[in-house]
Design a protein around this ligand. Structure first.
Ligand code: IMP
Length: 328
């Protein structure tokens, strides 16, 4: 499992894509919904994925969309076409469907637009309808007929056969509806346990939980952000980013070990991956060979490992999926 350790936008997409190329994964499953955009830069092309798993970069990996996830049918079909993964993607029959009406409802809510700072994609309102048991599911949509499967059954069968299944979580631990900074959170739990439940795999079947951290912390929308920097300071450090879905500038703070440790505990992480290490140490930009990691970076990694009490298995050193140092 791969989950976010801060407020989303840690670079889960690039970590999942890298693992899909590096490890022998049979099935990769995306959770969550279209409010989360996962960016993958692979061989010169940039993908901003809202539904398709980031593991699509490896053509031998089968892809799935979890029962607990929510899709927009038009956006999903377009993404399947853009990524060319029609022959190997399956949507769980129980996945939920977001309608235009859900986005309209969110756009007319002052609480969501002003206080929560929602991405207004209709995700929370679709969740409301799911709880009210009036939401349409993937099995009710004729255009999805060719893609449907019982994904939970398939994932459990693969695990029985000792084939590797990768679960791609969305957003970040502190945007969790339960464990985050309520009410400045998203409309689902975003910890590892929740994503297992979204897929339909029991907790005893999990081998590794990788928490993704970024070398600095960002947050889109309101809510607490310890050590927040001014826009000017963030720009000086080269840490300015814009939201994948909304295009809004992200708020920025330095790397937060205390928050990271809490994420490790909440997710029972077995390892962490750290992205954008080149933003902190420009000399590692584009580095792939672990034996060429500068002493200063090694010391920093050791410091992080001893504070978090889990190994760092991967460092992102550039936008390209393959620009990474594997330490696992
Ligand atoms: P909603 O989930 O779209 O209603 O947004 C609720 C809060 O979560 C807002 O502050 C959003 O900016 C934030 N949020 C939701 N999804 C993501 C994401 O994928 N990355 C970063 N922030 C997100």
């Amino acid at each position: 499992m791969v989950v976010g350790g801060f407020f989303g936008d840690e670079g889960k997409g690039r970590v999942v894509a890298y693992l899909a190329l590096r490890r022998s994964i049979s099935l990769a499953i995306r959770c969550g919904a279209i409010n989360a955009g996962h960016t993958v830069v692979y061989r010169g092309r940039t993908w901003k994925l809202r539904s398709v798993p980031s593991a699509f970069v490896n053509p031998s990996v089968e892809l799935g969309i979890a029962a607990g996830s929510l899709v927009r049918v038009d956006a999903l079909l377009k993404e399947i076409e853009d990524t060319g993964c029609a022959g190997r993607l399956c949507v769980d029959i129980r996945a939920g469907v977001i309608e235009e009406e859900h986005a309209l409802r969110e756009r007319s809510s002052e609480h969501l637009t002003k206080t929560v700072g929602s991405t207004l994609q209709g995700v929370g309102e679709a969740m409301v309808d799911r709880v009210r048991r009036v939401l349409r599911l993937a099995r009710d949509v004729p255009e999805l007929r060719g893609y449907l499967c019982d994904l939970s059954e398939r994932a459990n069968e693969y695990l029985d056969e000792e084939r590797e299944v990768l679960v791609e979580g969305t957003q970040g631990t502190f945007l969790s509806l339960y464990h985050g900074t309520y009410p400045y959170v998203t409309s689902r739990d975003t910890t590892a346990s929740a994503f297992l439940s979204e897929v339909g795999i029991g907790p005893k079947r999990v081998g590794d939980v990788i928490v993704v951290l970024k070398s600095y912390v960002t947050r889109v929308g309101p809510g607490p952000l310890r050590g927040e920097l001014s826009f000017e300071e963030a720009a000086r450090l080269g840490w300015v980013e814009y939201g994948t879905v909304t295009g809004r500038p992200r708020r920025v703070a330095p790397f937060d070990l205390e928050l990271a440790r809490k994420a490790v505990v909440l997710n029972s992480a077995t390892a962490v991956a750290i992205t954008k290490v080149d933003a902190l140490f420009p000399e590692v930009r584009g580095l792939r060979d672990p034996s060429r990691l500068p002493r200063m970076v090694r010391d920093w990694v050791e410091h992080v490992e001893s504070a978090l009490r889990v190994p760092v298995i991967m460092l992102g050193t550039g936008e390209e999926v393959e620009d990474a140092v594997y330490l696992g």
